[in-house]
Design a protein around this ligand. Sequence first.
Ligand SMILES: [Zn+2]
Length: 114
Amino acid sequence: MHELSIAQNIIDIVQENLAPDQKQVVKTVRVKVGKLTNILVDSLLFGFEALTRETNLDGVTLEVEQLPLRIKCDDCGQETDLDDYVFSCPVCHSSAIKVISGQELLVQEIELND
Ligand SMILES: [Zn+2]
């Protein structure tokens, strides 16, 4: 399961960003995932919960925001958000397009309890 290793990645990033005295106080972790990563959000949440159980991150909420697939056309310069993998420009129908977002996975915020 691809989501399990991604959940582990997120946990590693969180742990690296915590000072030793912050280890017990994480409340929420917010991540952004691009549509092209093909991550199943439910599986990611499940993996995160399973991997953090009985660790210092037990009970932490993982919030996942999905980023759209965004392309830019080399011919007319139009940028478009796509719901499906239709790899041509919706304006001029050129196939000279670049994916400019949708492949990212980033930990955006680590929220701590007061
Ligand atoms: Zn175009």
